[in-house]
Design a protein around this ligand. Structure first.
Ligand code: CDP
Ligand code: MG
Length: 140
């Protein structure tokens, strides 16, 4: 089933020069990049994006971090894209992530874990619309 998911290279990933490494893995996995831009979220935008985590102990710190520098946001498309990309990312906590995953390879902090990926159809839809208009998404 063709589906879309939202990927973010978080501020730590951009600052550490990992854009190319992440993009290379997406391309090699056959995930098509159909929208891509660099953004800098305000604190309010980060809070809106992570609204599902409002009230959790990590919410304030996470939204400070996500608004602390530029991110690269991408719309990915492909067969089973949501699960496929979650597998490439690895577990939220890099210590529990499988060998060879982006987080296992590059992260060393549970918060600053290099990448974000949508976790279901409904969240993917919300998250893509949060950053992209349909006109920003290229058909090819
Ligand atoms: O990003 P993912 O969907 O794997 O995890 P999440 O549970 O949706 O949490 C969102 C983000 O919050 C994580 O990617 C971490 O950056 C951060 N987080 C944290 O700092 N401490 C936790 N205990 C859990 C999540
Ligand atoms: Mg999540």
């Amino acid at each position: 089933m063709q589906e879309r998911t939202l990927s973010i290279i978080k501020p730590d990933g951009v600052a550490r020069g990992l854009i190319g490494d992440v993009v290379k893995r997406l391309e090699q996995a056959g995930l098509r990049i159909k929208g891509m831009k660099m953004i800098r979220m305000s604190k309010e935008q980060a809070k809106g994006f992570y609204k599902v985590h409002e009230g959790k102990p990590f919410y304030e710190s996470l939204t400070d971090f996500m608004s602390s520098g530029p991110c690269v946001v991408m719309v990915l498309e492909g067969e089973n894209a949501i699960e496929k990309y979650r597998k490439l990312m690895g577990a939220t906590n890099y210590e529990e992530a499988e060998e060879g995953t982006i987080r296992k390879e590059f992260a060393s902090d549970i918060e600053k874990n290099v990448v974000h990926g949508s976790d279901a159809r409904e969240t993917a839809d919300f998250e893509i619309r949060y950053f992209f208009s349909e006109l920003d998404i290229v058909s090819y």
